[in-house]
Ligand binder design. Structure first.
Ligand code: NAD
Length: 498
């Protein structure tokens, strides 16, 4: 995807002008407290820049700007076709700046440059463009209420939306909120993760260059317990659109209840089962997907196939295939275009993952591959792809989301047992199964309690298809027209005709 060499990317990174300020009311702004935090690259542990640390005072200011921009109608009352043109221009700006944005994403959170350039940045532009193109093609409803009256069912923008997003796909997760929320006419305040704020800060300026009126999109970098909490408790925020951990998701429901009952949409964690039945015709292919499902993005993926359920009769044949394919996901320098797996986002997450690896060993699982932190001489954070065999679904490593390249292999004996183990989790984000039997594929997929089920593939995704979770993986759906429901209220208007 990228024709540049690692040295060329490095030279570009060295010259990059990095902005770390908040974007409030169309201007780069320091926090009113003057506080900043260090933005450290996980590639080598070096300081990239100091980032504005917003807190309650900055949130209050941004919410008041957002409210004024919403009430002014400069965006919310604009014809959908005109909003479409502005958002298309915004998407084009993201495409034009894709190398700069990919580089920011890679140095900020450690993902391979080929992924950032090939997937994250164009995917984000595509999301904004898709929502823009959709918005002037959606009609409202006239209800069949009978003679003498007319009832209209219309959608209205909800108002001020706070989007709080994680660090694993920083711009993609932001765009899954920005696309539908902006297209439907809301004013949005985006709080990126403190671990990966750089691309969010940069795209706010690009949006304004594309013609988005001042104050319609603002970006507040800061910590969860300061900026995030203040947004979630603010009485004038109408909607909270969150992607992140289940632990924080729960807390946000409490904040909403304690404040103004703002709408809360949650895309949370996962512990997805990936089932390999013995009748899978191409085990080699299944093994390569099983490796990719835990290897890509360093395993820092909400839908990572982190529980591999293998039918006992093929276990001994499948494990060597899996290990062979996982070798292609060994960590490398994120700016090297050949790298498939980069750096873990920071030292805290690295220690978390290493603690889980210790817990796996202490809990009696058998470490059959990896298990070490590597490339420590770089000053950055890298972990080998790690496989535990003989895992019991009750073990900590099978129950908790590790969010790193650590795979638990669990054996099962028949279809019933596979379904039982797969569903025996608090989460319900994704699930996958491999089989050559079409009836079995349908039968099992219907019984899997997950928002997305992949049959004979993994990580399928498209803007036309909704994405989200069952159970404690969240509520509501990102992507597709279903995402528009999160950012609009339905209004019923009754008109007497006599
Ligand atoms: P996190 O929950 O720690 O943080 C997410 C965001 O919430 C960050 O911006 C953080 O600053 C903010 N936050 C933290 N505490 C807060 C508080 N008390 N009030 C308000 N905001 C607060 O998650 P993370 O570590 O950034 O991301 C990893 C998690 O995200 C994983 O659990 C992963 O599964 C999940 N995720 C889910 C999806 C999905 O679509 N379901 C996609 C990507 C990531």
């Amino acid at each position: 995807m990228t024709t540049r060499t690692r040295a060329q990317w490095q030279a570009m990174a060295d010259k990059l002008e990095i902005r770390g300020q908040a974007w409030i009311n169309g201007e780069y702004t320091e926090a009113s407290s003057g506080k900043t935090f260090d933005c450290i690259s996980p590639i080598d542990g070096k300081l990239l820049t100091r980032v504005t640390s917003c807190d309650e005072a900055d949130v209050n200011r941004a919410v008041s700007v957002a409210r004024s921009s919403f009430e002014s109608g400069s965006w919310s009352q604009m014809a959908p076709a005109d909003r479409k043109r502005v958002l298309q221009a915004f998407a084009n700006k993201i495409d034009e700046h894709r190398e700069e944005l990919a580089l920011l994403e890679t140095i900020d959170m450690g993902k391979p440059i080929s992924d950032a350039l090939g997937d994250d940045i164009p995917g984000s532009a595509n999301c904004i463009r898709w929502c823009a193109e959709a918005v002037d093609k959606i009609y409202d409803e006239v209800a069949p209420v009978g003679e003498g009256k007319l009832a209209l069912v219309t959608r209205e923008a909800i108002g001020v939306v706070a989007a709080i997003v994680p660090w694993n796909f920083p711009l993609s997760m932001a765009s899954w909120k920005l696309g539908p929320a902006l297209a439907t006419g809301n004013s949005v305040i985006l709080k990126p993760s403190e671990k990966s704020p750089l691309t969010a800060i940069r795209v706010a300026e690009l949006a304004e260059e594309a013609g988005l009126p001042k104050g319609v999109l603002q970006v507040l970098p800061g910590f969860g317990h300061t900026a995030g909490k203040a947004l979630a408790l603010h009485p004038d925020v109408d909607c909270l659109a969150f992607t992140g951990s289940t632990k924080v998701a729960r807390q946000l429901m409490i904040y909403a209840g304690e404040s103004n009952m703002k709408r809360v949409w949650l895309e949370a964690g996962g512990k997805s089962p990936h089932i390999i039945f013995a009748d899978t015709p191409d085990l080699e292919k299944a093994a390569s997907y099983a490796a990719m499902a835990i290897g890509c993005n360093q395993g820092e993926v909400c839908t990572a196939g982190s529980r591999l359920l293998v039918e006992a009769s093929i276990h001994d044949e499948f494990l060597p295939l899996l290990k062979k394919h996982l070798q292609t996901w060994q960590p490398g320098h994120p700016l090297d275009p050949e790298t498939t797996s980069g750096a873990i986002v920071d030292d805290i997450q690295t220690r978390n993952v290493m603690r889980y690896i210790e817990a796996g060993q202490e809990g009696g699982a058998q470490l059959v591959m990896g298990g070490r932190q590597v490339m420590e001489e770089t000053g950055g954070y890298y972990i080998e792809p790690t496989v535990f065999d003989q895992v019991d679904n009750k073990m900590t490593i099978a129950r908790e989301e590790i969010f790193g390249p650590v795979l638990s292999v669990i054996s099962f004996n028949d279809e019933e047992e596979a379904i039982r183990i797969a569903n025996d989790t608090d989460y319900g984000l994704a699930a996958a199964l491999w089989t050559g039997n079409l009836s079995k594929a349908h039968r099992v997929s219907r019984r899997l309690r997950a928002g997305s089920v992949f049959i004979n593939n993994y990580h399928g995704g498209d803007m036309t298809v909704p994405f989200g979770g069952f159970k404690q993986s969240g509520n509501g759906r990102d992507k597709s027209l279903h995402a528009f429901d999160k950012y609009t209220e339905l209004k019923s208007t009754w008109i007497a005709l006599d």
